[in-house]
Design a protein around this ligand. Structure first.
Ligand code: P1T
Length: 387
């Protein structure tokens, strides 16, 4: 499925996209059809039913595989569908080691859905302890999110993959690459078996689609994942597939700008009197800055910081921003601000959140592509009003 011609920027514009043979239309048509005419039972042009395949989705899958340097991709109805489909690979009694700081919805799926179906997950701080401290004789999957949501911890992908490959249970290593996007990080090159994306975020980039994807080089794993998707559903509609495909064309331009704006704001916030601490992988003060430099091509558009004071100070700040919008999600062209403890990570039990350090004065920024001066002025004004 993959088309490996060209550099990232070229692939983003061209991979998967061919002029429509019947009209010459340069843009991939939105194939709004549930089914396909067969000339004789079982004789068709590669498409029989749109839960199984759809040409707009196929174009998107080819593009996603190319961007991640992978051979195969499945486009899905959401990032959480990707997590769920991957968990369907496991059997009762199997065990997962997951990074401790993951998106709240990922943690919720592991703790409240899959634990009930007999798959236990251990949440591990893989920045300070080795995988072997958490692996059991049943560990069949290792779940990495890096940078993590919302603490922006950096996990050494190559190191964890090497440790996983030595385990007798041969677990599948999944990397949720949503925060970095394929522009800044290529987990398959670092040895991961599967990359997961919430395409809702940077890949689509315009906050108008919920979608997901999994990408792998392993043909048999892809077949198993496609069997699961085809059996349970979880497909994106052709309109959504088209929108994500369109968003991808500007992914490189957007990511460059997200990264530049975020780096500048992170350095500036670090000096701000109303800010206690800033977490951004590009800062030398970040505890895993050296690993980020080694495995990422840039540091992305997400910043997490601790505002001086308590929840009241955080509230004043969050109510005062004008360019940044207070909303869940991330990765769109517009800047967003999130309060993880009350919003995106509320489903994580309070004591677990506290132990992780997701405190009431923690604020997460998804830095957009607006003028840096306007972003700075907005944050400065709201920070002043917060104290
Ligand atoms: O929302 P959905 O497309 O299902 O993606 C889930 C998901 C998976 N992985 C990561 C790293 C994510 O951040 C998300 C979704 N996150 C948010 C909605 C958020 O605001 O953090």
């Amino acid at each position: 499925m993959s088309e490996k011609k060209g550099r990232f920027e070229t692939l983003a514009v061209h991979a998967g996209v061919k002029p429509d043979p019947s009209t010459g239309a340069i843009m991939t048509p939105i194939f709004a059809t549930s089914t396909y005419v067969q000339v004789s039972p079982g004789k068709h042009q590669g498409y029989d039913y749109s839960r199984t395949h759809n040409p707009t989705r196929t174009a998107l899958e080819t593009s996603l595989a190319a961007l991640e340097g992978g051979k195969h991709a499945l486009a899905l109805s959401s990032g959480c569908t990707g997590t769920d489909i991957l968990m369907h690979l496991l059997e009762v009694g199997d065990h997962v080691v997951s990074v401790d700081d993951v998106y709240g919805g990922t943690s919720r799926l592991f703790r409240t859905i899959w634990a009930k179906h007999g798959v236990e997950t251990s949440f591990a701080d893989l920045t300070s302890r080795p995988l072997t401290d958490f692996a059991t004789s049943k560990t069949k999957m290792v779940w990495i999110e890096t940078p993590t949501n919302p603490l922006l911890k950096i996990i050494d992908i190559e190191k964890v993959v090497a440790a996983a490959k030595k385990l007798p249970t041969k677990p599948i290593v999944v990397v949720d690459n949503t925060f970095a996007s394929p522009y800044y990080q290529s987990p398959l090159e670092l040895g991961a078996d599967v990359v997961l994306h919430s395409t809702t975020k940077y890949i689509n980039g315009h906050s108008d689609v919920v979608g997901g994807a999994v990408i792998t080089n392993d043909q048999s794993l892809l077949s198993r994942l496609h069997h699961i998707q085809n059996s349970i559903g979880g497909v994106p509609g052709p309109f959504d597939a088209f929108l994500v495909l369109r968003g991808i064309k500007t992914l490189a331009l957007r990511m460059k700008r997200h990264g530049e704006n975020a780096f500048e704001l992170a350095k500036w916030l670090e000096q701000h009197p109303a800010v206690d601490k800033v977490l951004y992988p590009g800062l030398e003060s970040h505890p895993q800055h050296a690993i980020a430099k080694k495995q990422m091509k840039g540091f992305g558009g997400m910043i997490t910081f601790f505002i001086k004071g308590n929840l009241e100070n955080a509230r004043k700040f969050l109510e005062a921003v004008k360019v940044f919008a207070l909303a869940e999600s991330l990765g769109g062209v517009e800047s967003l601000v999130d309060h993880p403890a009350i919003m995106t990570h509320a489903s994580i039990p309070a004591e677990t959140r506290k132990a992780l350090g997701i405190s009431d004065n923690l604020i997460r920024l998804s830095v957009g592509i607006e003028a840096i001066e306007d972003l700075k002025e907005d944050l400065d004004n709201a920070l002043k009003l917060s104290q």
